[in-house]
Ligand binder design. Structure first.
Ligand SMILES: [Zn+2]
Length: 496
């Protein structure tokens, strides 16, 4: 009898325990929205009467990515976020046109659409609705899915040939990144039919990954959809603010605001398993550092993924043969003297496959290869094809990279200073401050530091000195942000 009572008590305790555990889980998985005070968005004048075309992707025959067992369809999420965005923007004074307000598509019957595929017919119609409505911008909303289940985070794609598309993507992505717990991704060039064919600045916002179980839960929550809508709206308002600022004849204070000197810092030699300072650099995620990852190394994939997850920009750090120096440092898969065009392209392809989130490439060593036209030409052609930019590390005075990048039409920039050629903390700090002075003089400056023997000192010097640069009114930026104002894409990429 006593034994039975004990068992009953034990059972009760167990139930109680399970119940409280479940409550705990429920409380913590409920997404905590950032305060959605719609009113505060009513202030800016720049948005009033602007025509925003919102395109909830998919619909009708095409549900987009989905999880039918749970009844989750991309087309529904896209439409819900679009409707919430419309509500916010309309209250702020914008005019919003939607491509669809129900579960429909724009696929014409075969006889009418001729050679066009269903998808192309659908997209072409959406574009013409936006054009007929004289929309100022085209924002297409989507949800992503991939076989890599760890992938998460919203990302915005732009047309690299259209500077306003880049600006719009940057503004939207900036606000998406600030949603609590969001995986911090950066805006990316996208080779999409819609981006290339819309006649107004256009972006595609992939609001998250349905293939990631945690993000799937968030994407169907109304509070999270509201947070997404608010971020997209804020991005649009900032974009129109930037456009207005550019149009008005700038006052003196505006000129100073626009001409804030910019410093971009690249950290080379990630991917190597034993290089020092990797953790310390990864911990500097509040700064927009650009991390250059070597291909074919033990930690290549891991470092490239972690870099992106921590909100850094990623470059391929491509090993290229040096004129002198220790060729042991070169690493596997390098571009070497006397290689054929095919070999070079293959090595670059392999590198990009391992570091698919790269937005550009810089050279590791390469004092010999960067002098040779016949070797750099296939490199630049590969970059152009894949919408990547080139940063010349300038390991040789006789580099031909700038000329060839110009000929081929690849956005190009180059290192201003190496920050840690001398390994000690004091020297590195001095170089970082010098970089700031050069930015004040020239408008911008690019510094390269390293993980490796000096990695710990470099990370510490950056942590201590970057706040000083910010105090001096310097804008710390990703390398890619230097291209937007120079606007190199417009002249160079013609998609036809
Ligand atoms: Zn290197």
């Amino acid at each position: 009898m006593k034994k039975l009572r004990l068992l009953v008590i034990k059972k009760r305790v167990l139930y109680l325990f399970i119940l409280s555990f479940l409550t705990l889980i429920l409380t913590y998985t409920e997404y905590k929205p950032i305060t959605t005070t719609f009113g505060e968005l009513m202030a800016p004048i720049c948005i009033i009467n602007k025509k925003v075309f919102l395109d909830p992707g998919h619909g009708g025959e095409d549900p987009g990515c989905n999880d039918p067992r749970l009844g989750i369809y991309e087309e529904d999420i896209n439409l819900k976020v679009a409707s919430k965005t419309r509500e916010i923007l309309t209250k702020a004074g914008a005019e919003v046109i939607m491509s669809r307000e129900s579960d429909k598509d724009y696929v014409l019957p075969k006889a009418l659409r001729g050679d066009m595929t269903k998808k192309r017919c659908d997209l072409t119609t959406r574009i013409s609705i936006a054009e007929e409505g004289k929309a100022d911008v085209f924002v297409s909303l989507h949800v992503n899915a991939t076989r890599k289940r760890s992938y998460a985070g919203a990302e915005t794609f732009y047309n690299p040939a259209e500077p306003d598309s880049v600006l719009l993507a940057q503004n939207i992505q900036k606000h998406l990144r600030s949603i609590p717990d969001m995986t911090k991704r950066i805006p990316k060039p996208g080779n999409y039919f819609l981006l290339k064919n819309a006649s107004m600045p256009s972006v595609i916002v992939e609001m998250g990954y349905l293939s990631n179980s945690k993000e799937k839960e968030l994407l169907v929550q109304e509070s999270y959809q509201e947070a997404l809508a608010l971020a997209i709206s804020r991005g649009l308002i900032d974009y129109f603010k930037d456009c207005t600022l550019r149009l008005e004849s700038p006052s003196v204070t505006d000129v100073i605001a626009i001409q804030k000197p910019k410093v971009a810092i690249i950290i080379d030699d990630l991917g190597h398993p034993y290089n020092k300072g990797v953790e310390e650099i990864m911990a500097l995620h509040k700064y927009p550092l650009t991390l250059a990852v070597m291909p074919n190394m033990e930690k290549t994939v891991e470092h490239a993924l972690r870099a992106e997850k921590n909100g850094f920009e990623v470059l391929i750090h491509m090993p290229m043969e040096p004129e002198y120096g220790n060729s042991n440092w070169l690493g596997p898969g390098a571009i070497k003297n006397k290689m054929s065009r095919q070999e070079i392209t293959l090595n670059l392809r392999k590198a990009l496959d391992q570091i698919p989130n790269a937005v550009g490439l810089n050279n590791h060593m390469g004092s010999l290869v960067t002098q040779k036209r016949e070797l750099m030409l296939p490199v630049m052609e590969f970059l152009k094809e894949n919408y990547l930019f080139y940063v010349d590390s300038r390991t040789s005075e006789k580099t031909v990279c700038r000329d060839i990048a110009g000929e081929v039409g690849v956005p190009y920039t180059e290192r201003t200073l190496f920050l840690d050629n001398q390994y000690d903390y004091a020297s590195i700090k001095r170089e970082i401050l010098k970089l700031g002075q050069l930015a004040q003089l020239n408008g911008y400056a690019i510094g390269i530091g390293h993980v490796g023997p000096q990695g710990l000192n470099t990370a510490k010097a950056l942590a201590d000195t970057l706040p000083l640069l910010e105090e001096q009114g310097i804008d710390l930026v990703f390398v890619s942000e230097l291209f937007v104002e120079q606007n190199p894409f417009k002249k160079t990429i013609s998609d036809g």
